[in-house]
Each structure stands twice: as C-alpha cells, then as structure tokens.
Design a binder for this molecule. Sequence first.
Ligand code: G3H
Ligand code: 13P
Ligand code: ZN
Length: 309
Amino acid sequence: MAIISSTELFKKAYDGKYAIGAFNVNNMEIIQGIVDAAKQENSPLILQVSKGAREYAKPAYLMKLVEAAIIDSGLDIVLHLDHGESFDICKLCVDDGFSSVMFDGSSLPFEENIATTKQVVDYAHSKGVVVEGELGTLAGIEDNVNISESNAHLTDPDQAAEFVDRTGVDSLAIAIGTSHGAYKFKGEPSLDFERLEKITKLLPGFAIVLHGASSVPLEHVAICNQFGGDLPGASGVPEQMLRQAAGMGVLKINIDTDIRIVATGAVRKYLVENPQDFDPRKYLAAARDQITSLVAHKMRNVLNSSGKL
Ligand code: G3H
Ligand code: 13P
Ligand code: ZN
C-alpha cells in the first residue's frame, strides 16, 4: 500500500460515471476520520493539503500521518497539494513525495497562468507526479462579488481546451458557480451545467475538478448555532447538483468546509454537554466520528465512489 497517482483512479471514475472526493486534512483526527470512512466504504480517496495546513501542522507531520493512515487502513491514497500558489511550493511537494500537485494560477492573466502551469507540469511529470491546473475564478458572497460580476469569471470552454492542450495538465479545476467557504449563494443555488457540458464535450475523458463543493449541511450548522456558534445564512451546493456533476465528467470534488462544520459542531456540543470534562481526546473523538459519518455519506450518496476499489 502506498501514496498513489490519481491517473488510474480518474480513468475508472470517468468510465464508471462517479467522482473521487478530495478532502482537506490539517491534523491527525481529520485524517483518521476521513480514512476510516474510505475504508468502511471501500472507496478511492484523495487527501489534500493546503499551504495553511502545511503551516499549521508542519509538512513532516502531515506526511508521516498520511503514511501512518496508509499502514493502518491498508488503502492506497492520493496525496495532493491544494491551491499551490507558486512553482516553488509545487516543487517542494513533488520533492517531498506528493503524488499530485495543483498550481493555482487562476488569478493570473491567461498567458502567465499557462506559462507557470507548464513549468510545474514539466517538473512534476519528470518525477512521475500529476498536476491540476485552474482556469476561471471561484467567487462568492465572501468576496463581495455579485452574480453578474462572478459570471464574467466562469471558465470559458474554448480557453479550457486550449489551456489543457498547451500546458499538458492532468486535470483542470473549473468555475461554474461554486465558491469556497460556508456562504456560497445569496439566493437560489445554481450551477452552470450547460458550461460544464460544453467543457466536457471539448475534453472527453479528461479529469474536470470542482472546488468549493461543500454542501454546508444545515443540521450541523444548527448544532454549531445551538451550542454557541453564530453562522446565520450559511449555504452550500445542493448534494443532488454534485451528484449530477459527478455523472457528467467531474471526477474530483473538493470538500473542506463541511468537515470544518461537522467537527466544530461536535466539539461545541460535547463541551457544552460535558462542562466538567477537560480531556481533548473526548471532544476530538466526537469530531472524528462526525467526520467519518459525513465522508461516508458523501462517498455513498454524493460522489457514488463507494465500493469502487
Ligand atoms: O480551498 C481552500 C481549502 O478550503 C483550504 O483552506 O487555505 O484555510 O487551509 P485553507
Ligand atoms: P469548500 O470550501 O466548499 O469545502 O471547498 C474546498 C476546496 O475547494 C478546497 O480546495
Ligand atoms: Zn479549492
């Protein structure tokens, strides 16, 4: 069992019309919660690490925790850099043993995005590591961007095809209306499925990635709020829309916020209900259990990746 590439997983997912969950990890309990769910569900799995996660937990700890998870679970796992902001951080992660890196040049002009993405691809491929690029920008109310403004940043299908051709990336994150965080839609949620269809038609068999794909489960938002939190107006991508995307060529679906919400709700609830307890193992175990249930639910009912190992 090992850290593996996503190449074969994506081929199987494309043929089987399902998606693979890419879950952000920051500490031991999050890794254990997610990996236990993958084991339980017999599902392929991508664990991803952001710059912030590397700063919080330190790269060596995260690498050793992922290695420990592979030993403990007996699963092969893809280890991916999420939102790499420069060639240098991508190179560091390639050299550290990641099997997949993202270069996020989505805020750069098209030609600059292509140039640096291609530089990352050339280096990563020479070491057998795959690369995710991004074209188009995710927006949301957290960025104070309204819908018509954000439409201007959705991924252009022809540019997407040109980007893939000129960079040689292995997967591409696109913008079709999702956004990061817990406040995604001011009104009715909507994704641009027509745009997605145009992109997948131009890039048949190619791995399309959806960021900002948390559903922000209202029952867990309610638990946060019942036990002292204050998250009014939280909104996510409806799960049925994600299921639809997963059957249309979106092969990697990124989820972080949902993990944060269920973990925070569990810790708040545990501490309020057990005011005399001061054992971190108790409240962290409560968070870990909720993460396992959430991820198992995603694999079974949203990604359709359960039983696909
Ligand atoms: O898309 C970003 C992920 O949710 C990671 O967030 O940069 O706070 O670790 P972070
Ligand atoms: P969410 O904030 O919707 O969980 O998105 C996570 C993500 O895209 C990580 O790259
Ligand atoms: Zn993201």
